[in-house]
Design a protein around this ligand. Structure first.
Ligand code: PEP
Length: 250
């Protein structure tokens, strides 16, 4: 049985004071009765404020990225160990914005997954095709390449906890959501690749989130699909009300 995971990616939004306010508001709404796992990934400088304000709730905190080395002369970077020490449980890896603006490759994503695991963090690995790739009919090739590049050679131990997020790039921050059917089709394909590359057990147990303009008004339809095990939410995770509504739907 795959437990739903509702994750928010705040990107470069919400400094410490706004994060604290968000945490207090969310806590005040009451979170104890919800069954999905809940995760928020704030900017690094807001991790502590958000964690403190959500103390006593089941909300977990994650990083949005990490460096592939454990420490050293990498000005401006953050290590997995630092995220862990700051209270993070998860870390996003290979988000399309990292791939697009910071030139992250499948090889780098692979290295970061290993690093995250060594640091005791659970990787949430993002994959997804661009609009051009979808229109050229190569979605399957792109997804296969990204999956193999990121996951090939990973131990069953890492695969047991790792989470995948299918995020079609054309749906991120654009207001255009993949239809539930379009998302389900790719999720089922991902599961098939996992089965061929690893095992039936890993394929059936790996959680695959959908991300791309997920909102209160489309969450239910997306989550009703058999292979969609949660949502990675950008814009709609920035407002307590919207995020809380989506958790309630899940
Ligand atoms: C994201 O950044 O992972 C994302 C899915 O953003 P949005 O929900 O805003 O499309």
């Amino acid at each position: 049985m795959r437990r739903l995971l509702i994750a928010g990616n705040w990107k470069m939004n919400h400094g410490p004071s706004q994060s604290r306010e968000f945490g207090r508001d969310l806590k005040a709404k009451g979170l104890q009765d919800f069954s999905p796992e809940i995760l928020l990934c704030p900017p690094y400088v807001s991790i502590q404020a958000l964690r403190e304000s959500l103390e006593g709730t089941p909300v977990q905190i994650g990083g949005q990225n990490l460096h592939q080395e454990p420490k050293g002369a990498y000005t401006g970077e953050i290590s997995g160990e630092m995220l862990k020490e700051a209270g993070c449980v998860y870390v996003l890896i290979g988000h399309s914005e990292r791939r697009q603006y910071f030139h992250e490759t499948d090889d780098l994503v692979h290295a970061k997954i290993l690093r995250a695991h060594d640091a005791g963090l659970i990787p949430v690995v993002c994959i997804g095709e661009t609009l051009e790739e979808r229109e050229n009919g190569i979605t399957k090739d792109v997804i296969t390449r990204q999956l193999k590049g990121a996951l090939e050679g990973l131990s069953p131990e890492i695969m047991k906890t790792l989470v995948l997020a299918y995020e079609p790039v054309w749906a991120i921050g654009t207001g255009k959501t993949a239809t539930a059917g379009q998302a389900q089709e790719v999720h089922a394909m991902i599961r098939k690749i996992l089965k061929e590359s690893f095992s039936t057990e890993i394929s059936e147990n790996t959680r695959i989130l959908y991300g791309g303009s997920a909102k209160p008004n489309n969450a239910e339809e997306l989550l009703s699909e058999a292979d969609i095990d949660g949502l990675l939410i950008g814009g709609a995770s920035l407002k307590t009300e919207d995020f809380y509504t989506i958790i309630g739907i899940a």
